[in-house]
Design a protein around this ligand. Sequence first.
Ligand code: HOC
Length: 364
Amino acid sequence: EGNFPISVEDMESAAKQAMPAPAFSYIASGAGGEDTARKNTDAFKKYSIIPRLLNDVSNLDTSITMLGRIYPNPFLLAPIGVLKLADEQGDLAVARAAANSNVPFIQSTVSSYSIENIAQAASGSSKWFQLYWAKDEEISFNMVKRAEDAGYEAIVLTIDTITLGYREKDLYHRFSPLAQGYGQGNFESDPVFLSKLEEIHSRTIVESIVDNINYPALDWEHVKELKRRTSLPILLKGILHPEDALRAIRYGVDGIIVSNHGGRQLDGVISSIDALPEIVKVVDGQIPILFDSGVRRGIDALKVLAFGADAVLLGRPYVYSLAAGGEKGVERFLANFLQDFQTSMMLSGVKNIEELRQMKIVNM
Ligand code: HOC
């Protein structure tokens, strides 16, 4: 057993000890000079909430209703690929820990294990599927169908990764995440992909995956097409501009995720928390707004919800806890995070998420 780190900073240090340097650096670093990655966490410090007191918070309710379902907590685990880098059990361990903690898990297209493996390991729990659009779109549609068949609840289309960001640390380490063979769980098990391996003139599974998901041609017509192909709710992940949020609504998207991919794609873009208020304003409750990038503590999540978002994604912290302590590590992190969040709610004088979303938050 022994002591397990409490703060995300200590968990990050433990992960650094546990992982080979290039792999840790791939998880922890951002694109370019990492200004956006830094801003994602620093920007939270500018904002303060003004609590209301004497509001009997003895019966706290952290549940939310979103996309027609009740979720016990306003949190989801963000889609992160190649999790075997952190632990042999990779997303299997994370999906189990998420299930035990009542937090939905969003599985990545480039996950280490397949949709079916995850569905079996964490059956009965809430799972969503993240899609990197494949150039050969029949591959995408088949993966979406596999997610539907396995009981996944929503499709998250990532729109900010049409090509991989310029990541200086990975270039220095000559580190290519997929080259480890840890991001092909969904591909090596996909009959449509396998049948096309020769057709797309690539030599290996990894090269074919990269060929396919490196897809700068992605545009709004693909969103329309995806809508035609699935009855599951579709969320777009990577929205930063209010006009794109409005456009998503016009295209019939069911939800958006305000995100800059943890600062891993384009360095110099706005921090997610700074982008959020204007998007909340224009969306005006028409569709759910989820938030990703920079949440490290309960109070950060509180600020996100006080700005009017509906739910919050947690990313790097769970990978650090996976590297530091495997499945149990992720469970401990989630238990601590939920406790921190609930304590923060109580001390802010709000007893449910609706009250929290009405809280006063100021930039000072
Ligand atoms: C084009 C290859 O989301 C990350 C991942 C990227 C996945 C590989 C995409 O590292 O942020």
